[in-house]
Design a protein around this ligand. Structure first.
Ligand SMILES: [Zn+2]
Length: 345
């Protein structure tokens, strides 16, 4: 770190010695949950294990003039084990590249950007942090293997900014790329089948291996198991545990700022059942469909929030989907923001 400080004092190029690739640094990290990406939970095989700096060390994308969180370059608390796709891109959906992944991106949900050591404590990161207690719980999975927001309520900061941290993490890290989604779906189907015969000790042992933190996509396996167990319980609602898969049943006073679920009652049920067109007029028109569950289907995948759907649709990191999407219902086109304003007391 002294070398880095000296270079900065003399306004010279900083060279970070990559000691995070040394076995003595990397091995304790790999010992935690094995050779598995902390973001997407894929086992890293026949490929380099990357050590990502959660707060990027040498620059921050879209933050001109920022020199990165250089003071955290050698702090092990800032390291996350990642696969190449999460670290630097390469994932695809339906054959189309998903973008650059994390790299030097470190968007904030709230709080001032830290430019000096220590100030990072005031930041609220947008990306879910696999090493931060509570963050992984914000990610759930549907039965098709797609990652999505769990049923956790939005935080005040999410409501204030109108974005969902889970949707944004899924978008930026391409957590619903084709390959990984198919593998999660297969795993979740297998768990559902095994859960039917889980009284057999050998089957129970197989399930336990698949939900163990060192197993690939163990969060999805755990969600599938929780759903199976919930389905097997008596129908008394008080006896039903919450599962990560039920995303539409919890009242959340903040959610009108983030997603469309509270507004669905103001739409024609027949139109909604058929899917209501949404459009963005930006360079070229982009079309999407508002589904009856309030999710937006754009380019073959659904998103829980207008803003993440809009950012995917036009390939931008900073548009507000409420302003960009135009809703057409009963022959009238209006922005989602206008529609929301009309129906918000
Ligand atoms: Zn990954």
């Amino acid at each position: 770190m002294d070398v880095v400080r000296a270079a900065m004092a003399e306004n010279k190029e900083r060279i970070f010695k990559a000691h995070w690739t040394d076995d003595e640094v990397r091995d304790p990290l790999l010992a935690l949950i094995g050779q598995k990406c902390w973001y997407c939970e894929t086992i890293i095989q026949r490929a380099d294990v990357n050590v990502d700096h959660f707060r990027p060390k040498s620059e921050v994308l879209d933050e001109p003039g920022h020199l990165g969180y250089w003071w955290l370059a050698y702090e092990i608390e800032n390291y996350r084990i990642t696969c190449k796709h999460c670290n630097s891109g390469g994932a695809r959906f339906d054959g189309v590249p998903e973008g650059r992944a994390k790299g030097s991106r470190f968007p904030l949900l709230a709080g001032p950007r830290a430019w000096q050591p220590g100030n990072e404590r005031l930041e609220q990161p947008l990306l879910l942090d696999p090493a931060q207690q509570g963050d992984p719980d914000l990610l759930g999975f549907d039965s098709y293997g797609y990652a999505r927001r769990s049923n956790a309520p939005y935080s005040p900061a999410e409501a204030q900014s109108g974005v969902c941290r889970a949707d944004e993490t899924i978008r930026i890290l391409a957590l619903n790329a084709t390959q990984i989604t198919e593998q999660r779906r297969e795993l979740m189907t297998e768990i559902a089948e095994l859960a039917q015969i889980s009284s057999l000790p050998t089957v129970q042992a197989r399930i336990e291996r698949k939900v163990h933190p060192t197993a690939p996509w163990s969060s999805a396996a755990t969600a599938a198991l929780a759903l199976q167990r919930a389905c097997a319980l008596p129908t008394d609602p008080a006896a039903q545990p919450e599962t990560a898969l039920s995303a539409t049943t919890v009242f959340d006073r903040h959610r009108s700022n983030v997603d469309l679920r509270n507004l669905l009652e103001h739409l024609d049920p027949a139109e909604l059942a058929a899917g209501i067109p949404l459009t963005i007029h930006y360079k070229k028109d982009v079309r999407a469909v508002l589904q009856r569950d309030g999710r937006i289907n754009v380019l073959g995948r659904t998103w829980g929030t207008p803003t993440s759907a809009a950012r995917v649709a036009i390939g931008s990191d900073d548009v507000d989907g409420w302003d960009f999407w135009r809703l057409t219902t009963a022959g009238v086109e209006q922005s989602l923001a206008d529609f929301r304003a009309k129906h918000t007391p």
